[in-house]
Design a protein around this ligand. Structure first.
Ligand code: C2E
Ligand code: MG
Ligand code: MG
Length: 305
């Protein structure tokens, strides 16, 4: 057994002289220690109180946003390097806040994960993405991001099954994007869930590859359909020999394992050409299109006709 400890500290009477309040401040400091990677201590300061207040506000607003339909999906094309055709779209979550405007996922997904609303949000995203993709004229795939927290819910496979059956979308047109954190610590149960999803015909992609542990063992523990090369490498590839070497290693490995690769964050023709030369099978990025609402996709298709 390896035992860890996280500690939150609040001082009396400096921080507070009321026992109940003092404990709640120590608790805030404890959560901060956990957020900062556990096995450490943090002391309470006023910023933590403001941050806790902000998180509670976002949490309440998120619950309302779910019911008011303020959570929308934007879709970004994924392009086949050989044919130059769009083979699918990644669904990216946007919060259309009535007064603060559009809020990006990085500003609310972590709070949704901490508070557990991610399960409801995740189910909503799956339903919406499948429903919208089922109305597309072509047979493009739709890629949906799953948070590692969603794997803690025993109902995940059922949520995916229901999203498919309610929308009538063929399972082959759905791809789920996960990050390495889902496989962290040789999580057998999560691998089992992934296998179940795959056996339904749903494709599984490993997102942001190269940034986390990038353990090659993960590629053995589950037969991924696609590896997504993180955009930080693509961003640096034309200036940094290291970034280029990492991209080369990932594409070579994927090619020999017969796994598709999507390079994320492709913004220039030069990046695209180099990625094509390295044998990367798909590209995604502003060069091909920004994430747009489903209605804008349909407008684009109409114009092209
Ligand atoms: P991701 O899955 O790696 O998505 C790619 C991110 O790169 C998106 O950011 C996209 O807008 C951005 N991007 C695309 N092309 C370019 C480019 O050419 N240049 C640059 N600089 N960026 C580009 P976004 O939409 O802000 O999403 C951020 C992250 O939030 C996503 O990263 C994903 O991890 C998470 N996320 C988004 N939607 C969902 C969702 O429905 N559920 C969950 N659990 N996470 C989501
Ligand atoms: Mg993704
Ligand atoms: Mg990514």
């Amino acid at each position: 057994f390896s035992v860890g400890v996280s500690i939150g500290i609040a001082y009396a009477p400096h921080d507070q002289d009321n026992a109940e309040q003092l404990l709640s401040f120590a608790d805030m400091a404890l959560y901060e220690a956990k957020r900062n990677g556990r096995n450490r201590y943090e002391c309470f300061h006023a910023g933590l109180r403001a941050e806790a207040h902000r998180r509670r506000l976002v949490e309440t607003e998120l619950r309302a946003a779910l019911h008011l339909g303020q959570l929308q999906l934007h879709y970004q094309p994924i392009v086949d390097v050989q044919s130059n055709l769009i083979t699918g779209y990644e669904a990216l979550l946007r919060w259309e806040h009535p007064s603060r405007g559009m809020i990006m996922p990085m500003d609310f997904i972590p709070i949704a994960e901490e508070t557990g609303i991610i399960h409801e949000i995740g189910a909503r995203v799956l339903n919406l993405a499948c429903q919208e993709a089922a109305t597309w004229e072509g047979q493009e795939t739709v890629s949906v991001n799953l948070s590692a927290i969603q794997f803690k819910n025993a109902g995940l496979v059922r949520t995916v099954t229901l999203a498919l059956s309610d929308s009538g979308l063929a399972p082959q047109r759905l791809e789920l994007e996960i990050t390495e954190s889902v496989l962290l610590g040789n999580n057998e149960q999560n691998v089992h869930i992934l296998r179940e999803l795959k056996s339904m015909g749903v494709a599984i992609a490993l997102d942001d590859f190269g940034t986390g542990y990038s353990s090659l063992g993960y590629l053995r523990s589950f037969p991924f359909d696609r590896i997504k090369i993180d955009k930080s490498f693509v961003h640096d590839m034309c200036e940094s020999a290291q970034a280029m070497s990492i991209i080369r290693a990932i594409t070579e490995l994927s090619t020999s394992l017969m796994i598709k690769t999507t390079a994320e964050g492709v913004e220039s023709i030069e990046q695209m050409q180099r990625l094509a030369a390295e044998g990367c099978s798909h590209v995604q990025g502003y060069l091909y299109g920004q994430p747009e609402p489903a209605s804008a996709l349909k407008e684009n298709w109409k114009k092209r006709r």
